[in-house]
Write a protein that binds this ligand. Sequence first.
Ligand code: FE2
Ligand code: FE2
Length: 178
Amino acid sequence: MSAEQRMLGDPDERETLERMLRVDQAGEYGAVRIYQGQRAILRDNKVLKQMEAQEREHLARFNALVAEHGVRPTLLQPLWHLAGFALGASTALLGEKAAMACTVAVEDVIEEHYGRQEDVLGDSQPELKATVQKFRADEREHKNHALDHGAEQAAGYPLLYAAISRGTKLAIWLSERI
Ligand SMILES: [Fe+2]
Ligand SMILES: [Fe+2]
């Protein structure tokens, strides 16, 4: 990118990195909260347990990166604390298949989100890029587990999917900025 293009309002590299780490930390935090909410209802579900454990690893990694790079975390964390748990609990109350539908909707958006970050990162941050690539593969696996466990058979699947997908995109947009 030339200096001229930058002056036209593209965020500089530092700001790009800050936004990335902020939104990724927020997203993984939200993911942990979704599974905590689901597991408050579907206590013995092994698939959910396994996915929550992986989200905790993702979150730990971004917590470390946020600290290392001195990035201010999102101010919306208290909101994601509540909204994540509420989304998890409410979908789990609709049943296991609805809980799985929630995972499919969220992970579709996150997979795309990490994919975009991979493109933006290019060769500038090889370590972060490797992290994003690895997590993207994990999220795709979560989605496939959820599909294997009947996500698409949830009552009202298209509506549920569309609503959660929109909410997740909004959460990403907000967490990059606030
Ligand atoms: Fe994750
Ligand atoms: Fe995930």
